[in-house]
Design a protein around this ligand. Structure first.
Ligand code: ADP
Length: 160
């Protein structure tokens, strides 16, 4: 049986904390689908096509990783792509409490889907997309928090 996991998030932008979770989870699954959650009513910082392109760049050549956009519930997307696992990263106890509730409700409604958590590497604990957006917004250099094989020029020039 194919072990397919979804890694859902807004990834606005995708940073080294996200990248690390995906790379560390690769040996556990046959396929990881990075699901960029899309919400028409929520304004994003980087447009969705750009986010998708960047994530594809990061995992270029790794066939086990796919990037998709989904508007709706993660569990519905799991069914659509036949995934039995939802992958999430945990940084802090605040993450844990937030994730626990979602995972337990999902489990209650869809017992066949397991949520799998990986603890962040200690050095990635303080990294989050909000801080990176703030750095970019104010003209700072966020390179050290972003995956290595990203086209940084494009990142800077095209950010809003
Ligand atoms: P969301 O919109 O659900 O907050 P994010 O794009 O911020 O989505 O994050 C997607 C996933 O990546 C979540 O499971 C989140 O906990 C995890 N994540 C975010 N930042 C980090 C980090 N620095 N280290 C490890 N995991 C992280």
């Amino acid at each position: 049986m194919n072990r397919i996991a979804i890694f859902p998030g807004s990834f606005d932008p995708f940073h080294i904390g996200h990248e690390s979770i995906v790379r560390r989870a690769l040996p556990l699954f046959d396929k990881i689908i990075i699901m960029i959650g899309y919400n028409v009513n929520k304004k994003s910082f980087f447009d969705i096509e750009k986010r998708m392109k960047w994530i594809n760049q990061v995992f270029d050549g790794i066939d086990k990783v796919e990037v998709r956009i989904h508007d709706g519930l993660t569990v519905d997307f799991c069914k659509e792509v036949d995934a039995a696992y939802i992958l999430r990263g945990l940084r802090t106890s605040a993450d844990f409490e937030y994730e626990r509730a979602i995972a337990q409700v999902n489990k209650k409604m869809h017992p066949e889907i397991e949520t799998v958590f990986l603890l962040t590497l200690p050095e990635h604990t303080p990294i989050n997309a909000t801080i990176i957006r703030d750095i970019v917004l104010h003209g700072g250099d966020a390179t050290q928090f972003l995956p290595k094989n990203l086209d940084m020029n494009e990142f800077k020039l095209n950010s809003k």
